[in-house]
Design a protein around this ligand. Structure first.
Ligand code: NIG
Ligand code: FE
Length: 395
């Protein structure tokens, strides 16, 4: 299988008068009317959701879930027009959350993350990707990754990404190469050995890491067996897209200011575009990623929250979906494919989640809506009424 590319994203099988039969936490059958009685035994559960919409459990494939503190003290600056990169350059922004995260205990980080996951679940999300990157030292990065292993206790499944290259820590100011060497020589081997994360990510941005630095880190990570992601073309276009294409990164994130040439490169290299329209909204910009151009070029895209304390403090994937519709003019089917099957590919879980294919995990989100269009027509309201995880009702 492969993600849905370009025009394929407009395709979906939509059933009315449908049932879903579940056995042992997995999809046994999906169809219209009544299931074949031969399929059904005492261990089979059949759901009918008359008058409602059922989709595969939503997948939020880009979040910065685990962090200390919050940043509402920067909100007034933001409202007054001080830019995100200026706040960071003044030692605020990500670096302010780094200070708070270093000070936070495991239990504090755990409780905060658990609460965020609870919000996400209530909004219909059943799988979440979570990045580290607010420690920028081994001890704290590890604590974040250990917290992200909390899916052992939570209904939501988590996929971890190691992102110590999220900013240059104050103690390494002006010595970014030395910091990258520390990541490559000391942190990455431990993450690998202790199986703390599957993916490696970096913030390729003006004033943060250059394209060459991103290439260096990600190629080392790739050699060590990590799958790759890269925050690229979020605020300035400085070459992160080329790195994503060259290294065949699984995904490239943001892409708000990507060029037409960049889109062609990602399409050709089959890099998934993880788009974060709620970040554009929260940054109070009008640079929504050119999603339609990406589809026209044959790219696969996802929509995801970027949930984090700075550029996008929200836990509601439906809000990103609504912006995908209203600001990017994506259709309901394209959006649902973005947050289910394509997001499953983005987190490398397409064998088990992201669609109602027989045998996949019975992760199901049910909306109080008579049809798909209604999900987008009636906006800014949480329409989720029920969530099933591995066949169990969790909401
Ligand atoms: O994806 N761009 C870099 N990282 C996050 C923001 C993190 C923060 O501001 O705390 C993002 O937007
Ligand atoms: Fe991000």
């Amino acid at each position: 299988g492969h993600p849905l590319y370009g025009k394929e994203m407009a395709e979906a099988q939509i059933l009315s008068d449908a049932y879903i039969a579940i056995k042992d936490g997995k999809i046994l059958a999906v169809g219209t009317g009544q299931p074949d009685p031969e399929l059904i035994d005492d261990h089979t559960e059949v759901k009918s959701c008359e008058g409602k919409v059922a989709t595969p459990g939503l997948i939020d494939c880009h979040t910065h879930l685990v962090y200390g503190g919050s940043r509402e003290h920067e909100f007034a600056k933001k409202l007054a027009g001080v830019s995100y990169l200026d706040i960071l350059a003044q030692g605020g922004g990500i670096l302010s959350t780094v200070r708070a995260t270093r000070e936070a205990s495991f239990d504090n980080l755990y409780d905060k993350s658990e609460r965020l996951l609870d919000y996400m679940l209530r909004h219909g999300v059943t799988t979440v990707e979570a990045k580290s990157g607010y420690g920028l030292d081994w001890e704290t990065e590890k604590r974040q990754l250990d917290v992200a292993a909390l899916d052992r206790d939570h209904e939501i499944d988590l996929v971890s990404t190691f992102m110590a290259a999220h900013a240059i820590p104050t103690e390494y100011k002006g010595r970014s190469q030395e910091y990258l060497d520390l990541i490559v020589e000391q942190m990455l081997p431990k993450v690998k050995e202790e199986k703390l994360a599957e993916f490696c990510d970096i913030f390729c941005e003006k004033g943060v890491f250059t394209a060459d630095e991103s290439r260096y880190l990600l190629s080392k990570a790739k050699e060590m067996g990590f799958k790759l992601r890269i925050h690229a073309d979020e605020i300035e276009s400085i070459g992160g897209v080329d790195v994503a294409a060259e290294l065949e990164s699984t995904s490239a994130e943001h892409l708000m200011v990507i060029t037409d040439e960049g889109i062609q490169k990602l399409a050709k290299a089959k890099v998934i575009g993880n788009l974060l329209p709620a970040t554009t909204f929260s940054l109070m910009e009008d640079t929504y990623a050119p999603a339609r151009k990406m589809l026209d070029a044959g790219m696969a895209i996802t929509l995801t929250t970027d949930s984090n304390p700075g550029s996008c403090p929200t836990a509601n994937l439906q809000f990103a979906m609504h912006l995908g519709c209203f600001m990017m003019r994506l259709t309901p089917v394209e959006i649902l494919n973005a947050v289910t099957i394509n997001a499953a590919y983005s987190v490398d879980r397409a064998k088990t989640i992201g669609s109602f294919d027989v045998g996949k995990q019975a992760d199901i989100t049910i909306f109080d809506a008579p049809n798909l269009d209604y999900l987008f027509y009636f906006f800014a309201t949480n329409l989720v009424t029920d969530v099933y995880k591995k066949g169990q009702k969790v909401i």
